[in-house]
Design a protein. Structure first.
Ligand code: KG4
Ligand code: ZN
Length: 335
């Protein structure tokens, strides 16, 4: 079986082809960073227009890399949501057209479940129950997975996502877009102990996150210290900010682990590319005696491999209403 998957939930136009064993036959990710960089954030209207321009080329290039043609695709999959509605509709409509024309099954995939799937694709033996955090530019959502396909949302951000906080601090300091990778590079040799950020916690002891307090604290410190691109303390400041994000993540894992007693921990999503967070997370899991996994960096940021992998698994487990052309897109999480 060859399955073609498409992902257009935010600002990456991506396609991938996987076989029935989830081997990757081709994968293309076309980033729109250059389009959004002048605005230092994703402009939804521009994102959907850019997807419309790129989608045909991205799918064709993916087929070329896999050495396949469309008639040899046996099933299609596409991200249904959550995401930017205009962006989602481009991918969804395009793939619906293909599935309709070739009379092949079409599987709708949840974007957050796909981010978690990246871990199960690269580490099939991960044990359950599992706590998985999707930490990206649009989401910071913590899930409890009792077993494969059976998961529940146990905490999410009430304001900014972690990646959004990184992007906004980078924007404020005029460091470039997207903020996460730029901050990581500049913070590489910084000492995170030279600046202090107090932890933010929900008053009601819930497992929800809040990053807007941390972001405001960072902006306040920038003003107070005269922090700038050329300030000698920039690396230390950014390292401390990364440390604060890692601490917030680990604090949530620690509290959730007490309640849910997991066997394994996962982080995925764009911010899970962050080296400092990866190191802190893996050290934490080792101290707790828990199995832990972070997908390889290209599978952390948006891609279509994770979408295709989940679709293949769902098809095999007969966990999908395949063949439906009435799939709709949804902007918010919809478990
Ligand atoms: O998963 P993703 O590609 O898209 C969403 O679903 O949101 O994540 C994009 C986010 C951006 O906020 C970007 O700044 C952040 O991931 N990011 C990073 C790194 N690479 C990307 N954050 C921290 N460190 C990185 N190396
Ligand atoms: Zn994503």
């Amino acid at each position: 079986m060859n399955l073609l998957a498409v992902e257009t939930s935010c600002d990456e136009t991506a396609a991938a082809i996987l076989d029935g064993e989830r081997r990757i036959l081709g994968s293309v990710v076309l980033s729109q960073d250059e389009v959004h960089a002048p605005y230092r954030g994703v402009v939804p209207e521009l994102a959907s227009r850019q997807h419309l321009k790129s989608i045909g080329w991205v799918v064709e290039e993916c087929l070329n890399r896999a050495g396949l043609t469309l008639p040899r695709i046996d099933a299609f999959a596409v991200t249904q949501g959550p995401g930017l509605i205009g962006s989602l509709l481009v991918g969804l409509s395009f793939v619906k057209g293909l599935a309709y024309f070739f009379r092949k099954p079409l599987i709708g995939i949840d974007h957050l479940e796909a981010h978690m799937e990246a871990a199960f694709l690269e580490r099939p033996g991960l044990s359950f129950p599992c706590l998985a955090l999707v930490v990206s530019g649009g989401h910071t959502s913590l899930f409890f997975l009792k077993k494969r396909f059976l998961y529940k949302l146990i905490g999410r951000t009430r304001d900014d996502a972690a990646g959004e906080a990184l992007d906004k601090v980078a924007k404020f300091l005029d460091l470039g877009y997207p903020g996460g990778p730029v901050i990581q590079k500049l913070a590489e040799n910084g000492n995170g102990k030279n600046f202090r950020f107090s932890p933010t916690r929900m008053k009601d002891d819930s497992l929800d996150f809040s990053f807007s307090g941390l972001k405001s604290a960072a902006l306040k410190k920038i003003r107070e210290t005269g922090m700038s691109k050329s300030h000698p303390g920039l690396a230390d400041f950014l390292a401390a900010f990364e440390e604060a994000i890692a601490r917030a993540v680990l604090d949530h894992f620690a509290r959730a682990a007490e309640i849910y007693k997991p066997h394994s921990l996962v982080i995925s999503g764009g911010v899970a590319r962050n080296k400092r967070l990866r190191t802190r997370f893996l050290d934490f899991a080792r101290e707790q005696g828990l199995d832990a996994f972070v997908p390889s960096p290209p599978l952390c940021t948006d891609n279509a491999v994770m979408v295709g992998s989940l679709a293949v698994e769902k098809l095999k487990a007969a966990r999908t209403k395949s063949g439906t052309l009435d799939l709709d897109a949804y902007p918010r999480f919809n478990p």
